[in-house]
Design a protein around this ligand. Structure first.
Ligand SMILES: NC(=O)c1ccc[n+]([C@@H]2O[C@H](COP(=O)([O-])OP(=O)(O)OC[C@H]3O[C@@H](n4cnc5c(N)ncnc54)[C@H](O)[C@@H]3O)[C@@H](O)[C@H]2O)c1
Length: 288
């Protein structure tokens, strides 16, 4: 298994730009690629501003910021970005056909022994095993938003993934300041998002049953369990629209009714999606 020195991150959106900069800050040579020139341009401006801000706050030395910038390259040329990568991290839109097409291209463009990882939260790497010659090199490397800050990486092993690939990704994660967890088998939602979902489902069930209000359930979870945020407050932050679409997807795929689905659906249909619309389980209109 080749040692990881050069990393190619494909997709310069919310996650990809942070994944790339995090690796660059930890000494890796990183090529950040996006198919849209404006996305590449925006990511470069964002990285410059982020580094400047860290230096201004005294969190990073000028030398470290300059070195990170030197380590990070931005390009729309996938061939150049992938051709001598030891690790490619896919962070493009959540669309299976787009990801399949990309893995087929990477199979041709990246070195034959490079590790290929997907950051997808919902798609397991098995879905792309048929797109590459050697799926032993393929796995999920799952980050959490904001990826520069959140310490967890989930390394998800598919039935096709070799243990060497898992070990190399665990080492890479540790070398980039993360605390990785080895997920030994593919499962929808992996670990952290399954736990969040279970807590959210139970909270919605209690609400639907009229046991307590959303605010009271949050208080119980925050004051009794010391969670930094109750499930309803968290839903307001991440967006009730996303919670609804995720629950609906599971319900449609499994045919199993998700507990508390109706409560979320009602909020979704009322356009009360949380902070982004000014109202969700809480009212934020006076905070705008
Ligand atoms: N947003 C989150 O909180 C989060 C958390 C963990 C994992 N993820 C996963 O990360 C991935 C990306 O999510 P995001 O929120 O960063 O999305 P995003 O929409 O912010 O960024 C996606 C980027 O991919 C680019 N792109 C699309 N097709 C491409 C292609 N073929 N080649 C190169 N670039 C292409 C787009 O131009 C865009 O800049 C998804 O798979 C998602 O499941 C997201």
């Amino acid at each position: 298994m080749r040692k990881i020195h050069k990393v190619c991150v494909v997709g310069a959106g919310l996650m990809g730009k942070q994944i790339a900069l995090n690796a660059a800050l930890h000494g890796y040579l990183v090529m950040l690629n996006d198919s849209l020139p404006e996305a590449v341009g925006k990511a470069e401006t964002w990285a410059d501003e982020y580094l400047k801000g860290r230096v201004a706050k005294g969190k990073l030395t000028e030398e470290a910021a300059a070195q990170a910038k030197k380590n990070l390259f931005f390009t729309i040329d996938l061939e150049m970005a992938a051709r001598d990568a030891d690790l490619v991290i896919e962070a493009i839109i959540e669309e299976q056909s787009a990801k399949e097409a990309l893995f087929r291209k990477l199979n041709e463009l990246a070195p034959k022994d490079a590790i290929l990882a997907t950051n997808s939260s919902f798609m397991v790497s098995s879905l792309f095993a048929g797109c590459v010659d050697d799926p032993a090199r393929l796995a999920n490397l799952h980050y959490f938003n904001p990826a520069l800050v959140m310490k967890l990486n989930e390394v998800v092993q598919g039935p096709h993934t070799s243990k060497e690939t898992v070990d190399a990704l665990m080492d890479f994660a540790r070398n980039t300041g993360k605390d990785p967890v080895w997920v030994r088998r593919e499962i929808d939602g992996f670990i952290a998002n399954r736990i969040v979902r279970a807590v959210k489902n139970e909270a919605c069930y209690l609400l639907e049953e009229g046991i307590a209000t959303a605010q009271e359930i949050d208080t119980a979870v925050e004051k009794g369990l010391n969670y930094p945020m109750g499930p309803f407050r968290l839903m307001d932050l991440t967006g009730i629209d996303l919670s609804y679409l995720a629950s609906k997807r599971v319900q449609d795929e499994t045919g199993v009714k998700q507990p508390g689905f109706e409560a979320i659906k009602a909020k979704y249909e009322a356009g009360e999606w949380g902070r982004k619309t000014g109202k969700g389980w809480y009212d934020y209109t006076d905070q705008k």
